[in-house]
Design a binder for this molecule. Sequence first.
Ligand code: ADP
Ligand code: NA
Length: 344
Amino acid sequence: SSPRVVFSGIQPTGIPHLGNYLGALSNWVKLQKNAGPEDELIFSIVGWHALTLPQDPVALRAARSDMLSVLLAIGIDPNRSIVFHQDQNLHHTELCWILNCVTPLGKLRRMTTWKARLAASRNANDESEVDESLLNAGLFTYPVLQAADILAYRATHVPVGEDQRQHLELSRDIADIFNRTFNQGPPLFPLPECVITPSKRVLSLKDPTSKMSKSSPDIQSRILLTDTGAQIRAKIRGAVTDSIQGVTYDPVNRPGTSNLLTILAACTDREVLDVAKTYQHKGHGQLKTDVADAVEELFKHPRSEFEKIRGEASYLLKIAKDGAERAMTRSERTLLEVRSRIGL
Ligand code: ADP
Ligand code: NA
């Protein structure tokens, strides 16, 4: 089969939590490990996407740098993969503008992420009234920037979570519209394939009916990649379970207990039902001890790497600069062709 070009992005949201790691980032490392010698891997910290929500400049700068440190700490190898800050490759914005001009408004209006934003900005008493101060144009065209991120490298495979499937469909639509409109020569863009990561949805430790999220005000509800062993143990010990005797995997009736089994299975690379079997005659206490040990073990190396790397400002600058240069060399080839086809 022909070489794959894999593209994926993550927002600079600071230190990832266990859900981000098991649900997204660990998958990047696996992809890198399993990639064929001809495959290209391109991983981006998408600073421009972050601007669709209000950001504190000082916090954003730190989060951006921390995310680069995290990617290196978990094993993304800058000699193997291109790792870079999206905002340091202007081809993304150039292509985004060009794609904006071929994207039908109706398609953007149908994005469920946009519909959710719109719904959230409606007046509670008068549904017809939208508080437009809560909306900006970037929120609306965000999926086009995502398409540009992918198409700038003519990526063939895009690992994303289930929640991003519709955005990837839009990227394919936009690629197809461009290909058919500017059809001098063979189709310019391959239609990128969605690589849905086997969903390891990690739930909040405090409210196991919702997912573990950075937006929860309760810091005890999530484990951060930088948490110490003691912090991890305290958070797992405080995890909400239930008063049913014994341990079984039953996500509907026992979400807290099942979440701990999911975490343990993911950390130790086993099937959750296999893990559950080993707890037939054990209780929550033993399960929590084992989960805490497994998470601590999983994060031990990345955490110490992160603590080392995050202080090395000049190393990080060099990695970012090299990454951006390599990314631009790749995307320049696409942009030359795009400009030529559209007549610029
Ligand atoms: P958060 O929900 O904390 O704001 P993001 O929306 O920034 O996280 O998600 C970043 C990546 O991590 C996405 O690919 C998302 O699907 C994944 N992710 C986030 N939370 C979880 C979770 N609880 N379980 C599994 N994956 C998650
Ligand atoms: Na989120």
